[in-house]
Design a protein around this ligand. Sequence first.
Ligand code: CA
Length: 362
Amino acid sequence: MDRRSFLKNTAIGGGAAAATSLAAPALAAGHARTLTMVTSWPEGFAVLDDAASYFTQAVNAMSGGSLTIDKKTPGQLVGALEVFDAVSSGQADMYHSADYYFGGQHPAYNFFTAVPFGATAQELFNWYYNDGGQELHDELGQIFGLKSFQCGNSGSQSGGWFREEIKSVSDFQGLRYRMPGQGGQVLGKLGASVQNIPGGELYQALSSGALDGLEWVGPLADERAGFQEVAKFYYAAGFHEPGSGLIASINLDVWESLDSQQQAVLTNAAKAATIHQFSQTMASNGAALERLKAQGVTVLNFGDDVWDAFGAASKEVRDEPMGDELYAKVRASFETSLANSSSWLQQSDGFYLQQRNRVMGG
Ligand code: CA
């Protein structure tokens, strides 16, 4: 810890300890810590910054003054996509981001946010919390000096925004499109010119014509970003992110310097942020989609031939990093869990929803 951080921690810790001295008399002022958390989201960005803010407030409230998160938006300390390296190197204590942005650091990171034709939010939770996912995230984090958590979920993401309708796979040829992660690699195989541009720069890129289209999150977040002002074709369902996990990661040395109560606060605040954000998003997307239609947006779905092309390219993209042993290990765990989850979900929730719609009306 540098001197400036120490002074800041001491000042905040002293104030917080005084304010909570009746509620938590055992709290020693020296225990109080402030963690600088860099994020990939501009202030007020729906879903993404909502999750980071909820997590920040939950940690601050749950810790009784022993732990404070100081959230930094892109550009305050580092750029939106520089957060991983900043925390790995110790320049910042934590990040809140999406781990598929860091497939260049290690391709296995894709699985902890989203892979094309991968897990829904429910299936991701099953793997992560009860079927080996968190342990593998920890193993991966050992390489980079990170301890990571699921910390928010966007639910199923939309297929994205286009200026022109996608009538066949050939319409992706030469299309300048923003999509991160393995989904972007898939569109690259279909001929698109794919870029990963941070969320805060997307409106400008689309409105200036630098991009022909983009995917961001879903109706709630996309409406707030204003993409309906510059593109009119919106594909409701996407192949690329069926339940994206947002991620909080803390520098491993910082994590190990925390006491067990502080670690428990971070662990459980991240879980609370996950279910809060997932339910908030999924509760809001339907109404947001109706508002987009009222603003003149045409809502469509890709045809089966386009979905087939997405699928064939997705298999190739998922296979490409298989020379990496840890990627192969994470993939095997993810796919085994997904097969088990989906088998039961189809026999229970899937069948039930069919019957509910049939008996009660959709
Ligand atoms: Ca997205």
